[in-house]
Design a protein around this ligand. Structure first.
Ligand code: XMP
Length: 213
């Protein structure tokens, strides 16, 4: 595992800005996560370019939740562009997740960081963790905003399946709490890319991750 446990959520539109921030912060990152804002703003080719300038793994956070055939068609294009992991929802069912897994490595959402997560996804966590234990994806997503949910997932998840936790910083989650609860990787977006000095913000977060690791 190169670098440390910090993942940059690069939710900007413009390619030049994305590449500038990625290049400056790369020494402090394990991976870069791209989501719809960047893919829609800059095109799928931005994944290829990010990998070229940083040599880091790229996670495509598409939160796929379609029928198997559509999940397959979408994820194939994203893996072809160079993505190393695709984030998928599990609630569409096992066959939909397996379709993505046939194309490449998957990260499964088992809970979410926002308030509305409590309406539908938190009550479904047990079944989603069970699915993860059977399908053995690279990892699952659980929220740093509710570290008790990370601990809940960690207790039930097979060893070896990683927990990736968004929600640090802008959403109020804290690195220390997430790591102590069992997070393997911390996903941070706005606290890095919206700061005056993304490189310095990434470095400070990297240090904090190391302190609590
Ligand atoms: P911020 O700016 O809040 O960005 O640091 C967080 C990034 O992570 C995504 N996100 C989530 N993804 N489950 C997920 O799979 C979640 O609970 C979750 N919460 C935030 C968000 O889209 C952004 O890219």
């Amino acid at each position: 595992m190169r670098g440390n446990r910090l993942i940059l959520a690069l939710d900007v539109y413009e390619q030049d800005r994305a590449l500038r921030i990625a290049t400056a912060t790369a020494p402090y990152l394990w991976a870069i996560k791209v989501n719809w804002p960047l893919i829609l703003g800059s095109g799928l080719g931005v994944i290829t370019k990010l990998k070229k300038v940083t040599d880091l793994p790229v996670i495509a956070d598409l939160k796929l939740a379609d029928i198997p055939n559509t999940n397959r068609l979408v994820s194939r294009k994203v893996f072809e562009a160079g993505a190393d992991y695709v984030i998928a929802h599990g609630f569409a069912g096992r066959d939909s997740v397996e379709a993505v897994m046939e194309e490449g490595e998957v990260i499964l959402v088992v809970d979410m960081s926002h308030g509305g997560a409590k309406e539908f996804i938190t009550p479904a966590t047990d079944g989603l963790v069970e699915m993860a234990n059977e399908l053995k994806p690279f990892g699952v997503v659980a929220p740093a905003t509710r570290p008790e949910r990370i601990a809940y997932v960690r207790e039930r998840l097979l060893n070896g399946i990683k927990i990736l936790s968004p929600g640090v910083g802008a959403q109020g989650g804290r690195i220390r709490d997430a790591i102590k609860a069992g997070a393997d990787f911390l996903i941070v977006g706005r606290s890095i890319y919206s700061s005056q000095n993304p490189e310095e913000s990434a470095r400070a977060l990297w240090e904090e991750v190391r302190r609590w690791s």
